[in-house]
Write a protein that binds this ligand. Structure first.
Ligand code: GTP
Ligand code: MG
Length: 151
């Protein structure tokens, strides 16, 4: 089933939001298959956000993302990329609906607490950038027989 890369940004970690954010993905029915706390290097972040390198906010974004530990995760489940983005909410918290992570915990687009892959292809690229293959676990959660309708 589909995997997505989700990261709790340094502001989310500093504000004690690792637990609440993980809780939302767990309770929605997604399965955690990889997790680590890491301070990403500038080179690593420039690769992660390479599509945004021409944006005026790029240097600030790289500095922000490297300013402390990031909680990097891989979550798995049906439509994990698309539904993961729904859980995060709109990029700019001014437009994020209440009930979403950014809509409940953020107010500034430059401190928006979390990252989520925007497409299946970018998820694959990001997972490979942040994790070694052996750091991503394959496991069956017993509760999933109750989360998905039987085929
Ligand atoms: P990510 O999940 O972090 O990739 O966000 P996104 O996919 O919702 O948005 P995008 O990839 O376009 O931008 C990446 C990140 O750059 C955003 O999450 C913001 O933290 C930051 N960003 C985007 N637009 C702006 C902006 O106009 N100003 C500032 N300061 N930061 C921005
Ligand atoms: Mg993005």
């Amino acid at each position: 089933s589909e995997q997505t890369f989700i990261a709790i940004k340094p502001d989310g970690v500093q504000r004690g939001l690792i637990g609440p954010i993980i809780s939302r993905f767990e309770s929605r029915g997604f399965k955690l298959v990889a997790i680590k706390l890491t301070v990403p290097t500038k080179e690593h972040l420039e690769k992660h956000y390479e599509d945004l390198s021409s944006k005026p906010f790029f240097p600030g974004l790289i500095a922000y993302m490297g300013s402390g530990p990031v909680c990097a995760m891989v979550w798995e489940g049906r439509d994990a990329v698309k539904t993961g983005r729904v859980l995060l909410g709109a990029t700019n918290p001014a437009a994020s609906a209440p009930g979403t992570i950014r809509g409940d915990y953020a107010i500034d687009v430059g401190r928006n607490v979390c990252h989520g892959s925007d497409a299946v292809e970018s998820a694959k690229k990001e997972i490979a950038l942040w994790f070694k293959p052996e750091e991503v676990q394959s496991w069956k959660a017993a509760q999933f027989d109750w989360i998905y309708e039987k085929p």
